[in-house]
Design a protein around this ligand. Structure first.
Ligand code: 1GP
Length: 249
């Protein structure tokens, strides 16, 4: 099964986001990959707002050595590409109006993406206000959708679907003060597009609320960078979910 099919069909998934700029030290990466084994984490997402080509490639090569988890590119720019990854979230920043992040970077990197020969997943990338300015909003020079503006969100998600996007990634931004309100997830969970959410997730309760609202994948970056032992709590949470679904069937 490809990465998209897994995202689409499985419930209650969790991805770890690694920013190559923050985790360049190969020993640190090796240590973290060890912790990931048996943690029930579903994917590693890799990318960042200001990562260089070299940092990106070095981190991907190291991760491929140490981990078997599907490696998914969550690119901050058209420079962050690698044939060693399993899939590319082909992001269009549809909450913004900066042509560079809607189509510009895509054209510049199109031949490179073609040559990668990996799974490319057309993704509507929607920034939601997380209560603090995010790097991605700053770098892309775009304004996020206000935190509770369900109608704008729904219009944006619908337009994305009609344009052929296969996936919605709603992001409050790395290190956001407030994570995405579950009501925002509920607003678009009937569109039959899988939903990824991230930004400011620091507790099992937040993960659980997002899953219950309809998120297929919850992404965690900063919390695990600061406290890798949080993986243990995720493991327990996922274990309980599996036990429950076993009992219900
Ligand atoms: C940001 O969704 C990610 O793009 C993850 O955010 O680092 O706050 O978990 P955090």
């Amino acid at each position: 099964m490809g990465v998209y099919d897994i995202i689409y069909k499985k419930k209650n998934q969790v991805a770890v986001l690694l920013d190559p700029e923050k985790i360049e030290d190969p020993d640190k990466l090796k240590e973290f990959s060890k912790l990931l084994k048996g943690s029930f984490i579903d994917f590693i997402f890799i990318g960042g707002s200001t990562v260089t080509k070299e940092q990106f490639q070095n981190t991907v090569s190291a991760l491929k050595k140490y981990s078997d988890l599907p490696l998914v590119i969550f690119p901050g720019s058209g420079q962050q590409l690698s044939a060693e990854c399993d899939a590319l979230l082909y992001l269009s920043l549809v909450s913004g109006r900066n042509p560079e992040y809607l189509i510009g970077q895509h054209i510049q990197s199109a031949f490179e993406v073609e040559a990668l020969n990996i799974e490319v997943i057309p993704t509507a990338y929607i920034l939601i206000d997380g209560g603090s300015q995010s790097s991605v909003a700053y770098v892309s020079q775009t304004t996020p959708i206000p935190a509770k503006q369900t109608q704008i969100l729904r219009q944006t998600a619908l337009a994305s679907k009609f344009q052929g996007k296969k996936l919605i990634y709603m992001d409050a931004g790395s290190g956001a003060k407030n994570s995405i309100d579950p009501k925002m997830i509920e607003e678009i969970n009937d569109l039959e597009l899988p939903i990824i959410i991230g930004g400011g997730i620091r507790s099992i309760n937040q993960i659980s609320l997002a899953h219950m609202a309809g998120a297929n994948v919850v992404v965690i970056g900063n919390k695990l960078e600061d406290q890798p032992e949080f993986l243990e709590e995720i493991k327990k949470y996922k274990h309980n979910l599996r036990a429950q679904s076993f009992l219900n069937n």
